[in-house]
Design a binder for this molecule. Structure first.
Ligand code: FE2
Length: 313
């Protein structure tokens, strides 16, 4: 097919045809669909040249806003609901398995490791909070070999990376290893609801859409273990007023818990709290990767066969 004299209708097929020699079938499928839908979108809204130029400028500025601490493209994906769509398509949880939600733009690689019971607030002021979680399989087996990465906002709704004066210090984030019961527990401060950053192109988009930028208070968790689906999730505050209008569409009912106020006295880890403090807990259930599930099913079948005295084929 010639690339000459193409019309607003024939251009789409010509572009897709030019990719026909691509080696990867998946690449051809993804890019072919992208071109088709992108062209259809432009035709559908009769995109003007000024609007197209604005879009190019918007995406350029989105990229320019990114650095090692700020990810405007993830934020764009989150606020357009694309992140939740991708999450839901790729991580369908069974009843007992913990649901996934958006990753968000504030995770940092190489957060410090902490022993169980440590305080990750690093002196940031706020309501003291004792967080207690477990990591287990659907059969209730503790997962001692998991890694639990935690991060959250402060009592004013800001992450450490948003405090320029902290000069990159890690606060309200850390990495833990569960004990033999699959438990992870630590002290921190109660997080507050917060606006996603609005000083960039995404803020512009939210304003033009007449949308608020708020996210309900939550703690982020990233739980990883060999043979299991990486769990990216939050634990939301039951009493937050933004649970039903999250700017990034990330709330799942199963991830909501009460951050309970406790009287001063002996805390769950045996320490003495001279002021009131808060507690929250959650039991994470990991989803085995498909290969692992298959192997386990085979193992179970084998064990049943052995118990019943039947010989396998
Ligand atoms: Fe967050």
């Amino acid at each position: 097919m010639s690339t000459r004299n193409l019309s607003a209708d024939s251009i789409t097929g010509a572009v897709i045809q030019r990719m026909r020699r691509a080696k990867s079938a998946r690449f051809k499928q993804v890019m072919g669909s992208l071109v088709k839908h992108l062209h259809d979108f432009a035709r559908d809204v009769k995109l003007t040249e000024q609007e197209w130029e604005y879009a190019i400028d918007f995406l350029t500025r989105t990229g320019q806003k990114c650095d090692d601490k700020r990810q405007e493209f993830i934020l764009l994906s989150d606020t357009l609901g694309l992140s939740t769509l991708i999450t839901q398509m790729n991580h369908s949880s069974k009843d007992e398995e913990t649901e996934q939600t958006v990753f968000g733009p504030f995770h940092r690689m190489k957060a410090p490791n902490f022993p169980l019971g440590a305080n990750i607030s690093k002196g940031v002021r706020g309501k003291p909070c004792f967080v207690s979680i477990t990591v287990k399989t659907a059969e209730g087996k503790p997962m001692r070999n998991a890694t639990v990465d935690v991060w959250h906002s402060d009592a004013e709704g800001y992450y450490d990376v948003q405090h320029k004066e902290w000069k990159g210090a890690h606060k309200m984030r850390g990495v833990f290893k569960p004990d033999s019961e699959g438990r992870v527990y630590f002290w921190t401060i109660v997080p507050l609801f917060y606006p996603v950053p609005t000083d960039g192109p995404v803020g512009e988009l939210l304003k033009a859409s007449a949308r608020h930028p708020m996210r309900p208070a939550h703690i982020h968790f990233l739980v990883a273990a060999p043979g299991y689906d990486r769990l990216v999730t939050h634990v939301f505050d039951k009493n937050d007023k933004y649970l039903d209008s999250d700017a990034v569409f990330g709330v799942r009912s199963s991830l909501i818990r009460e951050y309970k106020r406790q009287k001063q006295g002996t805390a769950p880890d045996g320490s003495t709290c001279k002021t009131p403090y808060w507690t929250v807990d959650y039991d994470f259930v990991m989803r085995p990767l498909p290969g692992k599930a298959k192997k386990k099913a085979v193992a179970r079948k084998g064990s049943k066969t052995a118990k019943s005295g039947k010989q396998g084929e």
